[in-house]
Design a protein around this ligand. Structure first.
Ligand code: NAD
Length: 285
């Protein structure tokens, strides 16, 4: 991976939750390439270690840390390990998140004939399990709030302290089929603004990146067929993305580094920056 420009993060400790995933592993690597010591946090320790080892093999500094962002004890254990090995946190990237089939309807619209359908493959709005909705809400919203409670304590009145949350296109306008994920990411955007105000007197800047459409494990089932071709939904997304392509994780790095660097964005807080090939600007007509 190449960073589009360098910022100086020497002496800084960065914590990246969901760092074993597709987008956040790139974020972790980019921060390490700019000189930060990076803690790659993930529920899946193997994935966290794999990302950290890859970063170290390129001559940068990272450790993998097992952490469930929804568990206070797990977060405290992670913080203790990071404080001992890397020092106190300067940069927090709240990346853990995602959708789940349990919070997803099978069709975009409700049709009367589906109401009494016994086909268990059809999940209408009325079939959605509140537990599935709760899972998605918790992962995205509490999964942003709880790590912030843990790590922001380290960041108070620290030079260049910054938090970056990961929102989504569906926070601006909900996407069909995924009411839980859309609502949860809207909550993440709203929380970003709330937190930016709340933390403004102790010198912590808080912003969010709202990625457009990136083909990753999380949405692969929605966007590609078994033979690898695009689903109808994927074609629809591309038709509504003026730049007519999916994003690549590298597309997000410039925005990440700009938001992290106090010299570049020191007066920017409480924003949600779309990186979406024009999707959120386009009405479809
Ligand atoms: P991903 O599934 O590749 O990565 C998510 C990582 O989070 C995984 O490694 C997973 O193990 C980890 N995780 C899940 N639950 C966790 C928990 N409780 N505690 C700690 N770690 C946990 O997903 P991604 O596509 O790289 O997405 C990263 C972020 O970007 C997410 O917040 C996602 O909602 C958001 N996002 C993604 C897209 C996209 O198109 N891929 C678009 C907009 C927003």
């Amino acid at each position: 991976m190449k960073v589009p420009f360098n910022i100086d993060l020497k002496g800084k400790t960065a914590v990246v939750t969901g760092g074993g995933g597709i987008l956040c592993s790139m974020f972790a690597e980019a921060l390490a390439m700019c000189g930060a010591k990076v803690a790659v946090l993930d529920l899946n320790k193997e994935k966290a270690d794999e990302v950290a080892n890859k970063i170290c093999s390129k001559g940068y500094y990272a450790i993998g840390v097992e952490c469930n962002v929804l568990n206070s004890e797990s977060l405290e254990n992670a913080k203790k390990e990071i404080n001992e090995k890397l020092g106190s946190c300067d940069i927090l990237i709240n990346g853990a998140g995602g959708n789940n089939p349990k919070g997803t309807t099978t069709k975009e619209y409700l049709y009367k004939e589906d109401l009494n359908n016994k086909d268990s493959n059809i999940i209408t709005f009325f079939d959605l399990d509140p537990k599935g909705i709760e899972f998605v809400f918790n992962l995205n919203f509490l999964g942003t709030l709880m790590p912030t409670q843990t790590f922001a304590k380290d960041m108070i009145e620290k030079d260049g302290a910054v938090i970056i949350n990961i929102s989504s296109m569906n926070a601006f306008t909900p996407l069909t089929k995924i009411p839980a994920y859309s609502g949860a990411k809207a909550a993440v955007s709203n929380f970003t603004q709330w937190l930016a105000v709340h933390m403004s007197k102790v010198g912590i800047r808080v912003n969010a990146i709202a990625p457009g459409f990136f083909l990753t494990e999380q949405n692969r089932r929605l966007l590609t067929n078994e033979d690898g071709s695009y689903t109808e939904r994927a074609e629809k997304i591309l038709n509504n993305t003026p730049m007519n392509r999916f994003g690549t994780p590298e597309d997000l790095i410039g925005t990440l580094l700009w938001l992290v660097d106090n010299n570049a964005s020191g007066f920017v807080t409480g924003t949600v920056i779309p990186v979406d090939g024009g999707f959120s600007a386009y009405s479809g007509v």
